[in-house]
Design a protein around this ligand. Structure first.
Ligand SMILES: NC(=O)c1ccc[n+]([C@@H]2O[C@H](COP(=O)([O-])OP(=O)(O)OC[C@H]3O[C@@H](n4cnc5c(N)ncnc54)[C@H](O)[C@@H]3O)[C@@H](O)[C@H]2O)c1
Length: 359
């Protein structure tokens, strides 16, 4: 075992203090697992257990920091195939009550044991010129492996999928869970919160208000034209001109590309994505804790359209999704956008399903 929770005995504590004399980097070189965390794994109140898979990555690190400061997270398990000891040691120095534990490549099952919420940002990010679909082959295999671990170790956990292409990785996760006989569509959610966060920010710039006061539903999928902001339903209500609607829709749909190009080869959105994922995780955790009226947009198994998966507003509860809301009234521009996105979204979904079914 790489870690444990609870108070340590005095002599055990002394032996751990001596292990501390080693500099962190040396420790990380000498040991693949993070048993140094034993001496810090105490103090948290019983509560929710969260695992981040891909925790040492560009999204994983800031996301883990934001979860470490969330009082709803009692235990935070960090899993990655590289660099977990360093990230775990670093985060464990923050004096919040969350216990942080690290797990290396060989310890996926231990990282997932008893976990309530699993968040998956593992995979490769986009480079300039790549679409989210270009990531498919690498990330599809990673998501499959990680979901097989979830099926073995925490089949009742709520799962948040960040790894792209989300339009395909959510169906992949569903098929893995179906094969394992543990699929519950209420517990599988694709994270599209960054689209909503961008929509709220860009709209706030146009109408001149605080972005925290703006709420734009974003439906469909999570790539290019499959991202459909429903600007006619913005809150506070506002009537956009045709030019404003086209500018905003285009910027929201291509927000990811804006960041990929600005980073010029150094990856895709990480900080805004970590913020969005932490916000979505917090909503899931509050709902698991029994808070009512928690509503977020998410890409989920759905009957809102004829497609088997679709992003729309969902109400979260103690066991995941409790209600999926219909799209509500759309204007002409949005109706056309909806029809236009269906073909691409359908083929991305089928690509994910076929990856597991072997067609
Ligand atoms: N849903 C969204 O809105 C959204 C937004 C931005 C990025 N993303 C996606 O999130 C993913 C991660 O992006 P990033 O910028 O953090 O990439 P990154 O390369 O910085 O980090 C990915 C991490 O995953 C780890 N990893 C690789 N294989 C693994 C495995 N089998 N098990 C566990 N961990 C593994 C890597 O070691 C690395 O630490 C990408 O697929 C990216 O496209 C999604």
């Amino acid at each position: 075992m790489e870690s444990f929770q609870g108070e340590s005995r005095p002599h055990a504590r002394l032996s751990r203090i001596s292990s501390h004399i080693q500099p962190h980097h040396k420790f990380a070189e000498e040991k693949a697992d993070v048993d140094m965390q034993q001496c810090r794994a105490k103090g948290a109140a019983p509560g929710l257990k969260v695992a981040v898979l891909g925790a040492a990555g560009g999204i994983g690190q800031p996301l883990s920091l934001l979860l470490k400061i969330n009082p709803l997270v009692a235990t935070l398990n960090l899993y990655d195939v590289v660099n977990t000891p360093g990230v775990t040691a670093d985060l464990s120095h923050t004096n919040t009550s969350t216990v942080v534990r690290g797990f290396g490549k060989e310890h996926l099952d231990a990282a997932l044991e008893g976990v309530d919420l699993v968040i998956i940002p593992a995979g490769v990010p986009r480079k300039p010129g790549m679409t989210r679909d270009d990531l498919f082959n690498i990330n599809a295999g990673i998501v499959r492996t990680l979901c097989e671990g979830i099926a073995r170790s925490c089949p009742k956990a709520v799962v948040n999928i960040i790894s792209n292409p989300v339009n395909s990785t959510v169906p992949i996760a569903a098929e893995v869970f179906k094969k394992a006989g543990i699929y519950d569509p209420k517990r599988l959610l694709g994270v599209t919160t960054l689209d909503v966060v961008r929509a709220n920010t860009f709209v706030a710039e146009v109408i001149g208000v605080d972005p925290r006061e703006v709420s734009v539903p974003v439906v469909g999928g999570h790539a290019g034209i499959t991202i459909l902001p429903i600007l006619s339903q913005v809150n506070p209500p506002f009537t956009f001109t045709k030019e404003e609607t086209e500018y905003l829709t285009n910027r929201i749909q291509n927000g990811g590309t804006e960041v990929v190009e600005a980073k010029a080869g150094a990856g895709s959105a990480t900080l805004s994505m970590a913020y969005a994922a932490a916000k979505f995780a917090d909503a899931n955790l509050r709902a698991l804790r029994g808070e009512t009226g928690v509503v977020e947009c998410s890409f989920v198994a759905s009957e809102v359209t004829e497609l088997p998966y679709f992003a729309s507003k969902v109400r979260l509860g103690r066991s995941g999704i409790e209600e999926i809301f219909p799209l509500g009234p759309l204007n002409d521009f949005e109706r056309k956008g909806l029809e236009k996105l269906k073909g691409e979204l359908r083929s991305s979904i089928e690509k994910g399903v076929n990856f597991i079914k072997g067609k």
